[in-house]
Ligand binder design. Structure first.
Ligand SMILES: *Cc1c(COP(=O)(O)O)cnc(C)c1O
Length: 361
């Protein structure tokens, strides 16, 4: 037995499992398990990435000034209050490392994103899971769970894997009600899918206790590149920059993300296609007896009669080369999370679920 042991909490972390991407013995699979943009990044983004290939002998920018300026211009935010990370995951981890430690509590919702718990445990803090109300963030339950040890409160709005969201009034009530020593983190990974939604940015402005995180991994189609960002009060940005790796983002990542954020026409196109295909998919699945809550994201949380039916449907979909996401690890065993793909993928998955449900009836 080795006497070399990690910090407390670390061995309590169940390693994160990403969405599957292949099925044994099946070629031509459709991956609908990681909420990726089926259309990929915009042409301008890929071009900027290519050009950056000629600069690989140079170290990247440490202050990310050009990317922060571009994000600030598009979202009408002060670039000095923006920080960029290796995916929003890095920002979430930095927040945990900076603000929570042994004896501190980190709140996340019942079906909240796995990284909140992992980040809290990695920092030696105690994750506190708060129930939702019918798969929707419950502000009263969160406020009731707050103690003087609460240092961070994470909500994703809209949430993954439920797809639901709460309104600006509710988010403000949460920001107003948490302890003075706690920071509210609004994870806006899916914010761009909600037409006209600012992800909570206006709440961050002018307060000292709210942070918003965003990502290039979803609507921008850059999950493979690893770029996210946060918008936070100046005191938080200062703290995070002290622990952030100086060269956390590579030159190609910075260049491609800058081109991506400047190409809002692509974002608009992807949002409207997603909205149309999501509505179509939800309606067809409901016609096959598979209900879902109204989703504000690029996925649908499809509800089956029970865990057995969900698991059997998942196996059937796999046999058809369709990879969706079982969410039993999120305590949702009777559901499958299905990313809204392109039109052909939506038709394929809808058809297969129809066959499965017809066969099961
Ligand atoms: C996908 C996702 C993210 C994005 O993570 P990245 O590290 O930016 O790829 C963050 N939060 C939630 C809830 C997500 O679903």
């Amino acid at each position: 037995m080795t006497k070399i042991t990690p910090q407390p909490g670390i061995l309590d972390i169940a390693p994160y499992v990403g969405g599957a991407s292949h099925v044994e013995g099946v070629s031509d699979v459709v991956k609908l398990s990681s909420n990726e943009n089926p259309f990929g990044p915009s042409e301008a983004t890929v071009e900027a990435f290519r050009r950056a290939g000629f600069e690989l002998h140079r170290y990247p920018s440490t202050d990310h000034a050009a990317l922060r300026a571009a994000i600030g211009a598009v979202h009408d935010l002060d670039p000095a209050q923006i920080i960029c990370g290796v995916g929003s995951d890095e920002i979430l981890h930095l927040l945990c490392q900076a603000y929570a430690g042994p004896g501190d509590e980190v709140i996340h919702t019942e079906h909240g994103f796995a990284i909140y718990r992992i980040g809290a445990l990695a920092a030696g803090a105690t994750p506190v899971e708060v129930p939702e109300k019918n798969r929707v963030t419950d502000v009263d339950a969160i406020l009731a769970a707050c103690t003087k040890r609460t240092k961070l409160v994470f909500i994703a709005n809209p949430n993954n894997p439920t797809g639901t969201m709460i309104g600006a009034d509710e988010v403000q009530r949460l920001a107003d009600g948490i302890p003075e020593t706690a920071l509210l983190v609004l994870d806006g990974a899916y914010a761009e899918y909600v037409d006209g939604f600012d992800g909570g940015a206006s709440l961050v402005t002018g307060r000292d206790n709210v942070v918003m995180t965003r990502t290039f991994s979803k609507i921008y189609g850059l999950g493979g590149l690893r770029v996210g960002w946060g918008y936070a009060p100046a005191h938080v940005i200062d703290v995070l920059n002290r622990i952030r790796g100086p060269f956390n983002l590579s030159t190609p990542a910075l260049a491609a993300a800058e081109a991506a954020v400047k190409d809002q026409a692509w974002v608009d196109k992807c949002r409207s296609d997603n909205t149309r295909l999501r509505a179509w998919l939800a309606e067809v699945l409901a016609g096959h007896g598979v209900q879902s809550d109204p989703s504000e994201t690029n996925f649908i949380l499809a509800r089956f009669a029970d865990a057995e039916e969900a698991a059997a449907c998942n196996e059937y979909l796999k046999s058809q080369g369709l990879i969706v996401r079982p969410v039993a690890s999120y305590n949702l065993p009777e559901y499958l999370r299905i990313t809204v793909g392109d039109e052909a993928s939506c038709r394929r998955v809808a058809h297969a679920i129809g066959q499965f449900m017809g066969g099961a009836a």
